[in-house]
Design a protein around this ligand. Structure first.
Ligand code: ADP
Ligand code: MG
Length: 435
């Protein structure tokens, strides 16, 4: 599916480091296709679904190209809303973290324009603007776009839908060039192609589309859960379903370490697997998972590709995957060989749209499920325990343990009392725990 790694891209070390800090393990498909073209100075039309990392796809080449010694905007990103302008600025700032002296400024309506005058005069290299406010600055001559070498129209479809076509054209006409013009959009339309035909030179088209996906027939559901509540819900699911093997997916390496750490602290046999680990470390963890030394494996998409473990009972998407294709790959880890499998996806409020996208593109239905309540867990744990007790009585030699119970009965307890106390102790019910 993808061909390049971040290392293959040969990014400057400052950017490579920033990308690692962000926890990105591998370029998303649109990044791996668009970054080389953009670094090469080509005009590009990029289409990929929402949430597939288009910001870094243009952000990385921009941050790489701008010159801190020139204190005028050299890259301009035009996007439809103030929220997006802020969000894009934040992501670009993270990417520029180790590039000294690069200033990135969002410019949008609703903020006092005088404050923006000041910030622009102080010297910025990258401007992320909404169309109306940018034109306002251009009319007042408070922004100088003469050094702009790259213009990105982000969410071009949205901007056209919002009626910004004339504004966009007015902006493009006021950037003298030679310039690189880039257009990103989640969807394509006649109008977008028309705009591209008029303002892009010999554009390359990069598209990441999904069509031939086949979704494994397993039970898929999702929980709506706050970020801070995810670890608790994960514990509850594991307690409730008592899976033999669980695979937990996170979007970044840092998350993998975090989640594996939290699970260990809660007493689960869990370990993380990601691309920062060397081959022998990875093999050790995989071996443990295969042989039952651990029963929960927390992994990134990339690391999980090397896993060949059948019989994973539950797949948990701790983060909603970046790409519908990842979703299919992830949940395909369970329900193999006609076995029953289940997948659970954790969705925090602002990720709902990503889940909708996945359902649309994967043509699958993911049902909402209520987060299990603590008393259900307690009940379930007791049930599971009873079941284990039954099995143990039937299958094992209980001689020495029987002797110990007999001793307790000598202290005037009935066998029924001893058993009930043990059951309660083991199911965690007697310890006033919070589960
Ligand atoms: P789009 O613009 O395509 O809708 P964004 O650029 O907003 O998507 O990216 C969505 C999320 O994915 C962001 O949180 C971003 O930090 C993250 N992301 C981007 N690239 C990667 C990557 N290579 N690996 C992991 N996460 C990534
Ligand atoms: Mg975007």
């Amino acid at each position: 599916m993808r061909t390049l790694s971040f290392a293959d891209l040969g990014l400057p070390p400052e950017i490579q480091r920033a990308v690692s800090d962000l926890g990105f393990e591998e370029p998303t498909p649109i990044q791996s296709l668009a970054i080389p073209l953009l670094r090469d100075g080509k005009d590009v039309i990029g289409q990929a679904h929402t949430g597939t990392g288009k910001t870094a796809a243009y952000g990385i080449p921009i941050i790489e190209a701008v010159n801190h010694a020139i204190r005028k905007p050299q890259a301009l990103v035009v996007c439809p809303t103030r929220e997006l302008a802020i969000q894009v600025s934040e992501e670009l700032r993270k990417l520029a973290k180790y590039r000294k002296g690069i200033a990135i400024l969002p410019v949008y309506g609703g903020q006092p324009i005088e404050r923006q005058f000041h910030a622009i005069r102080a010297g910025v290299q990258v401007v992320i603007a909404t169309p109306g406010r940018l034109l306002d600055h251009l009319d007042r001559r408070s922004i100088d776009l003469s050094e702009v070498r790259t213009v990105v129209l982000d969410e071009a479809d949205e901007m056209l839908d919002m009626g910004f076509r004339d504004d966009i054209e007015a902006i493009l006409k006021r950037i003298p060039g030679p310039r690189q013009t880039v257009l990103f959009s989640a969807t394509m339309s006649r109008e977008i192609l028309d705009l591209a035909a008029r303002y892009l030179k010999d554009p390359r088209t990069v598209q990441v589309m999904h069509d031939k996906l086949s979704v494994p027939k397993i039970e898929q559901s999702y929980f709506e859960v706050r970020e801070s509540g995810k670890i608790d819900v994960l514990s509850r699911i594991i307690d409730l379903y008592d899976p033999r093997l669980t695979l937990v997916f996170c979007n970044t390496k840092r998350r993998v370490d975090e989640v594996a750490g939290h699970l260990q602290a809660r007493g689960y046999l869990a370990e993380g697997l990601h691309g920062d680990m060397n081959q022998s470390q990875r093999e050790r963890v995989m071996g443990k998972f295969r042989t039952g030394g651990i029963d929960i494996l927390v992994a990134t998409d990339v690391a999980a590709r090397g896993i060949d473990v059948e019989d994973v009972d539950i797949v948990v998407n701790y983060d909603v995957p970046q790409d519908p294709e990842y979703y299919i790959h992830r949940i395909g880890r369970t329900g193999r060989a006609g076995k029953e499998g289940r997948s659970f996806t954790f969705v925090s409020g602002r990720e709902m749209w990503k889940l909708r996208e996945i359902q649309r593109f994967a043509k699958t239905r993911i049902a909402q499920q209520a987060v299990p309540k603590p008393h259900e867990i307690t009940l379930r744990k007791a049930e599971l325990l009873t079941e284990r007790v039954r099995r143990m009585i039937e299958d094992q030699d209980l001689g020495p343990a029987t002797l110990r119970v007999q001793q307790m009965m000598g202290e005037e307890y009935t066998s029924l009392e001893v058993a009930a106390a043990l059951l309660r102790l083991l199911s965690g019910d007697g310890q006033k725990s919070d589960k």
